[in-house]
Design a protein around this ligand. Sequence first.
Ligand code: TYM
Length: 327
Amino acid sequence: LRKVFSGIQPTGVPHIGNYYGAIKPWVEMQDSHGNVILSVVDMHAITMPGGEPKKLRQNIQEMFASLIACGIDPEKTILFQQSAVSKHAELGWILGCLTTMPRLQHLPQWKQKSEALSEVPLGVFTYPVLQTADILLYKATDVPVGDDQVKHIELARDLANLFNKKYGETFPKPKPVVGSFNRIKSLRSPTNKMSKSEKDAKSRIDITDSPEVIREKFKKAITDFTSKITYEPTDRPGVSNLISIHAAFANSTPQKIGEENSHLDTLQYKLLVADVVIAGTAKIREKFAEMMRNKEYLEQTIQLGNDKARQIAEETYKEVIHRVGFV
Ligand code: TYM
C-alpha cells in the first residue's frame, strides 16, 4: 500500500516555487491516489536562530490557510501540526541513537547551514533525524520533495534499514519522489532558486500577492540587454525563468511557450507573464483571504488533523517501544 508523507516549514505564505515544486504535486497525489499525510513542521522551523514566537504563530496559521487555499482538502488528507504530536520528538531520540555524527556531517544542508552560522544550534545538526522520525512514524513509502531534500530522505531509508536490522522488520523503506518540474528561479538573481531566504522580497512571487504587487515584481525582474524572447536557460537565465514560470502556469513546456511569444519584447512579455500569474493565482488569493477571516474554522481543522495524526503516530510508537525493549 502506497502511503505518502511530506512536510513543509511554516515560513509564511509560500511562493510560486514552493507551489509548483511541492504543493501542487501533493494536491495531485491527494486527488489521484489519496493516502496523503502532510505536516506543517514547526519544530524544524525553530532550528535556525532568530525566530520570534509571535511571527511563528502567524506563519503556522498562514501556512495552513495557504495549503488549504492551494487545494489540500483536510477531509481527504491528514493535514497537521508537527509539534502537536509529541511522538515525533520521542522517535527522533531513538533514531538519533542509531546514527552517527559522521553520517550527519556529510549532509549538504548541514554543511551549508553550519558554515553560515557562527554558533550552530544542536537542532540544526539533528534536523534530519527529526525529519526521519516524521516519515517513519506514518510508515510512509513515498516522500514527494524537491531535490534539495533527497539526501535527507536517503538518511530516512538508511535509518529504517538500521532499525529493522537491529530490532526486527518495522518500517517500509521510504523513497523520495522528485518531480521533473523545472525549478523556478529568483526574479532578481535568476541563477539561484526562488527562495524565502533571499532578502529582496521582489525576488519572489508569493501565492497571495495582489495583482498590483505581482505586476510590479515582474516589471522589476532582471533580464538581459537583448529584448527578444528566447528560451536559453544557460545564456539567458532571466528571460528563460519568465518563460518557465509562464509554462508552469500554462501547463505547457518552456520550449513551446518561448516559440509562441518570440514576437514580443521583454517589457511586453513581463506584463503578459504577470497577467498569466495574476489569473492563475486568483482563486488561491480568494480562498486564502476567506480562511484568514475564518480563524475558528482554521483552528478547528488543525485540531482535527492533529487528532488523526496522533492516533497513527501513537500506534507506531507503541510498536517501537516494544521492539526497543522499553516495555
Ligand atoms: P521546505 O519547507 O524548505 O520546503 C518544502 C518543500 O518545497 C520544496 N521546495 C522547492 N521545490 C522547487 N523549487 C523551489 N524553489 C523550492 N523551494 C522549496 C522542498 O524541496 C520541499 O520538498 N526539511 C523539509 C521539511 C520536512 C519534510 C519532512 C519533508 C520536514 N520533515 C518529512 C518531507 C518529509 C524542508 O525544509 O522543506
